[in-house]
Design a protein around this ligand. Sequence first.
Ligand code: AHG
Ligand code: MN
Ligand code: MN
Ligand code: MN
Length: 332
Amino acid sequence: NESSIAYSVGETLDRFIKKKQDDFTYASGELSQLLRDIALATKIVNRETNRAGLANIGGAFGQTNVQGEEQQKLDVIANIRFTRALTKGGEVCAIVSEEDDEVIDLQNSSGKYVVAIDPLDGSSNIDVNISIGTIFSIYRRVTPIGSPIQLEDIMQPGNKQVAAGYVLYGSSTMLVYTTGCGVNGFTYEQSLGEFFLSHPDMKAPADGKIFSINEGGYNQFDQGLKNYLKVCKEREYSARYIGSLVADFHRNLLKGGIYIYPANPKNPNGKLRLLYEANALAFIAEQSGASATDGENRILDIQPTSLHQRTPLYIGSNIMVKEAMGFLAKEK
Ligand code: AHG
Ligand code: MN
Ligand code: MN
Ligand code: MN
């Protein structure tokens, strides 16, 4: 009956962050504040994505980013919103963004944290009203507080992340993040302007029957990958590909599945970027019991050498990632 479906509202994100902070004696509260600043920016970007078609902020911005991609207006708007929120918050000294060629130095040398962010993921889906996302990684700076930012503050491997998360602007808007003690998902209640805990302690199924890959590039795939896909089809797995990494990843995390964006001759390191796409999702994947590799190596162990470097990505249910890698290895 009605009352039984009245959702039992979990605790708010704010209370959850506070509680987690209380669990960590050493937590100084800056990371909590930083997570709150990100959540605030998310609410603003959520509102903008919900009315993109009406507020004439859909469509192309008219410039290309360092990736050579045509920036969408919402790419630029989301980038500004997150940069502004992190600047105001005062906890961050530098930002690496998909939409900025160079590191954004916030001229805040007392900021303890560095953030790598894909402000809007799945831009090609904005104008066709399909789910899009945001992806972020948080690192502690390694050089002394108060000194200028150095490259080693920025070029940290994913295994140094102190937190990572994604936002899915989908049929509902969700924030999913980890600080290294498991993964928790929050659903946004528009009428209250609050995120509520809806998916506590998320665990990825060890195996799955969903594979996500853009087979448009099939002819260029390695033989090992072709052999793996052939087995997926013999087993009659479901092919699901949204074209928004966050949405494909989130579905696979909940239902079990594998997302693959492979290398190909045109893109020898694939398309997805290590610093602000693969690392964050790899941290979340592993924290929920799943796996993330570049086909051979653990994503989180890759030492970055350039800001916007790309990496092939095999991410999702453990058993599926391991099996796919087995097929690749056999053809090496
Ligand atoms: P972004 O919009 O942030 O540039 O990321 C797009 C990525 C990812 O979201 C998606 O899974 C992938 O590009 C889709 O690439 P293809 O269109 O080549 O399949
Ligand atoms: Mn892009
Ligand atoms: Mn992206
Ligand atoms: Mn993007």
